[in-house]
Design a binder for this molecule. Sequence first.
Ligand SMILES: [Fe+2]
Length: 371
Amino acid sequence: MRKIPMDYACEGMILGRTIIDSDGNIWLRSGIELNEHYINRLIGMGIRYLYIYDDTFGEIDEGADVISEETRISTVKMVKRSFSNLQKDRKINTVALRKVINNLLDEILDNSRVLLSITDMSTLDNAIFYHSVSVCTLAVMTGITMGYDDTRLKELGIGALLHDIGKAQYESGLVNRVGNLNEEEYAVLSKHPETGYAIIKSYGDLSLLSAHVAFQHHERWDGKGFPRRLAGDKIHQYARIVAVANTYDNLMADRPNRPPYQVTQAINLIKRMSGIYFDPQVVAAMISNIAIYPLGSFIKLTTGEIGIVCYLNPEIPQRPVIRIITDKYLRRLQKPHEIDLSRMRTIIPIEIISEQELSKLLPRLSGVQEW
Ligand SMILES: [Fe+2]
């Protein structure tokens, strides 16, 4: 299985992962063969990436994800419903919200030794909801590393999931727009922390600390953030965690005006922002939870070969098991083989190759034909 940009989808390819529409309903099941009609519909839905089966690439250890696809989808739906309820002047269903958070927490705790391999599978119209779930997952993982108990993890989790709920009052065109905001639009959007605080605070059964996450997630460690220019530990620790998770997930997202950052680039940038934008202790705790070479990513090795990360060694995550798929001349191998970098110390990963770069290296292919 491998992930490809939508532009490279061809008739005859076999879908590797079920496609969910923006309401969380199943639209195309895995195993189905793509045809022109499906491809056009997927493009129309704003789908940017697909997983397809490819014998050479084999299976990836996807059971090792921090949260299951099912939990991710139900949590995305919950955030979406909360936004739309507020837009229709209805209430957030806090009982359902707490249930969703409990579920998410249980899964993360069950997989507490698993590292996060973020893959952005959002579409343009639901990006903010997927983003909220990723931020929540990363924040909770960080809270666990920092020794939080169950109560604090839930307060943090709800705050992280609803950190941008103040944006529910704006029309979606403004919320999903990246860059090109005029001064007036910027002024309007920058009110979302206060609005979010007021919304969450109005629910007696949600913690005031969760409301403060929404209020403070754009504050900076050096006091140059907004809305109140709080600095250092005047910013609640939950909000300091969500600030880093928010920036990390934004860097990993595919935007119309730029490709997603690679994990190593994003981590380096976050490290450079540590002590200026972010609390260094939080940055260290968060980075320890992120897989530098995410499952399913393509890696170029010092040998010149390209391989796909198929298993992460929990003890030495920077040296995963790689399935070698090309020789050093980038010719596809007839019989891919796996090497465990934790045992082969002389072979070193050089760089991650993006799905776009890899797809450029490969001609368009159906199923398992030769490159
Ligand atoms: Fe925000």
